[in-house]
Every structure is written in structure tokens, then in C-alpha cells.
Write a protein that binds this ligand. Structure first.
Ligand code: AMP
Ligand code: MN
Ligand code: MN
Ligand code: MN
Length: 281
């Protein structure tokens, strides 16, 4: 089967490697078809496409849009769109819009439990001023010696109910799906096992996603166990969705799953790259 890795992050969002360094690493790991999917941002797409070309890899344009659905954050990966599409760029720009204010509020929350200067500290790790994320705060808190690694920071400080967590309203599901599909791409539900929906809410997510024009689900991703992959393979069949595969690689120091180092898709699924064959560059 094709070694496709269709989910990762660069310094244009919350990854630590540049698009060029990611392309080099993907190639060295045997990736044949690659996509850079920065959060709420497509500013790295031309660089990623050029880097993929010079490495001799096939490329699909990509992004990962933050959405609020039933009170939770859901990530929608978009693949194979025209990265010069204006409505998509504007939608992503609006989605990024609240991150600066949210970051200041996160910093205030952390200051209340005695962690000073977190906003400035996080900024040192930011590669794109419009894309300050919880990941950048997590890196600063590790550097400051508050926690031993980033998962510990999320557990203790950056998730619902913890001092650095600020609830945020992201894009609407229907808008994210529409921006991607109107730009010629495919919308895909990212890492579905990571949400804490009830069975009814999850059913509503997949049903509404499909009704809005969504066509894929990530079945194999860095954060899915083999059981979770099998479970969402069944969901893909149940909802008639194509299946995607992506490491969600962020950093050599932080990510357990390296680029391209993933199990293959379970059988009987339609890979997203077959549906997107004419969008591959
Ligand atoms: P944000 O978009 O600012 O809310 O940040 C979300 C990002 O934080 C995700 O894309 C992950 O990179 C990272 N993240 C979320 N939860 C965790 C966790 N439990 N451990 C490590 N990183 C996490
Ligand atoms: Mn991330
Ligand atoms: Mn995600
Ligand atoms: Mn991701």
C-alpha cells in the first residue's frame, strides 16, 4: 500500500520543523504522498509543495480547521483544495482571529496560580504571530521547569477546568466543510477517538458532517490505538466515508509517531487519495 502521511504540523502553526525540514524527514522515512496540515493556516502550502517536489514526493494541499461542535473542539482536516481560494483563506483568517486575546487570557489564568510571564514565554516558541496555540504555552512551561513534558502541562494546566484553559468558540462545522469543499478539496474528521462525545453526540457529528458535504474520516492516526482504528474503519463504512492516514507529527522531541511510521489502513476502506487522485500534485 502507498505510504501516505496526510497530517502534520510545521513552524507555520505548532510544529517545530519548517515545511522544508518536514519534507526531508518524510522522504527519509519512506513517505510517497505527503500533506502539511497546519492548524487554521495555509500560509505554508506553497513551500510544502515546492519542498515535496524537490524531494520527489507527491503532494496534497492540507489544513486542519478548529471547529466547535456540541460544546467541544473538533478538528476537520481539509485535503486537495486550491490554496489560492479566497473564501478559504478568509475563513481561516477569521478562525485564527481570536487566538491572540485567548492567549492573553490563558496567561492571566496561569499568573493566578503563580506562573508569571507565560504569554511572553509562549511567544518565544511561536513561528507565526497569528497562530499562538496551547502547544506553545506547553513548551514554555516545560522550559520553565513547571512540568516534565507537554502532556503533563496539558493534563495539569491547559485542559477544561484547569488554570490556563480558556473556552473558545472556533468555526462552525458547516462553514469549515464548505470552505474546503468549495475550494475543490475534501473535508475529513480528524482523530475521532480523541473527542469525548456521548454516542448520540458522535452520531450527530458524523451525520451533520456528511449532510454538509464532508467525505472522509481519519482512521489511522498517531493518536489511535489499533482498536480505535478498527472502530473508525467500521464508522467509515457505516457512513460511506473515505479513510485517511496521518501521523499528526509535531516535533522530533514530542511526537511518538514519526512521519510515515504508521500502520496501513485496514482493508475494505476507500483511501482518500483514491478519491482525490486528480488533486495530487
Ligand atoms: P489549540 O489549537 O491552541 O487549542 O492547541 C491544540 C493543540 O494542542 C493540538 O493541536 C495539539 O498539538 C496540542 N494538544 C492538545 N491536547 C494535547 C495533549 N493532551 N498533549 C499534548 N498536546 C496536546
Ligand atoms: Mn497541534
Ligand atoms: Mn488535531
Ligand atoms: Mn493535527
Amino acid at each position: 500500500m502507498l505510504n501516505a502521511d496526510l497530517h502534520c504540523h510545521s513552524t507555520v502553526s505548532d510544529g517545530t520543523l519548517t515545511p522544508e525540514a518536514l519534507a526531508e524527514r518524510a522522504k527519509a522515512n519512506g513517505v510517497e504522498l505527503w500533506s502539511l496540515t497546519d492548524h487554521d493556516e495555509i500560509g505554508g502550502q506553497q513551500r510544502a509543495l515546492d519542498a515535496a517536489r524537490s524531494q520527489g514526493m507527491k503532494y496534497l494541499t492540507g489544513t486542519e480547521i478548529s471547529v466547535t461542535f456540541a460544546g467541544q473542539t473538533v478538528h476537520i482536516v481539509g485535503l486537495g483544495f486550491d490554496h489560492r481560494n479566497t473564501a478559504l483563506s478568509e475563513g481561516l483568517s477569521r478562525t485564527r482571529g481570536g487566538r491572540g486575546e485567548r492567549a492573553r487570557e490563558m496567561s492571566e489564568g496561569l499568573a493566578k496560580v503563580g506562573i508569571q510571564g507565560a504569554y511572553e514565554g509562549a511567544l518565544k516558541y511561536v513561528g507565526n504571530p497569528e497562530l499562538i496555540s496551547r502547544t506553545h504555552f506547553a513548551r514554555f512551561l516545560v522550559e520553565a521547569g513547571v512540568c516534565k513534558d507537554t502532556p503533563e502541562v496539558f493534563r495539569k494546566y491547559l485542559t477544561e477546568g484547569k488554570p490556563g484553559f480558556v473556552p473558545h468558540r472556533w468555526a462552525r462545522l458547516q462553514d469549515a466543510v464548505q470552505w474546503i469543499t468549495d475550494a475543490g478539496g475534501m473535508a475529513i474528521i480528524a482523530h475521532p477517538a480523541r473527542y469525548s462525545f456521548t454516542p448520540n453526540e458522535e452520531y450527530a457529528l458524523f451525520t451533520e458532517f456528511k449532510a454538509h458535504g464532508g467525505r472522509g474520516v481519519e482512521v489511522v492516526t498517531g493518536s489511535h490505538s489499533s482498536q480505535e482504528a478498527l472502530r473508525y474503519a467500521e464508522t467509515a463504512i457505516e457512513f460511506g466515508l473515505a479513510a485517511s492516514r496521518g501521523s499528526d507529527f509535531h516535533s522530533p522531541d514530542e511526537s511518538h509517531t514519526d512521519l510515515g511510521a504508521l500502520p496501513f489502513l485496514p482493508g475494505q476502506l476507500t483511501p482518500v487519495w483514491e478519491v482525490l487522485a486528480d488533486r495530487i500534485q
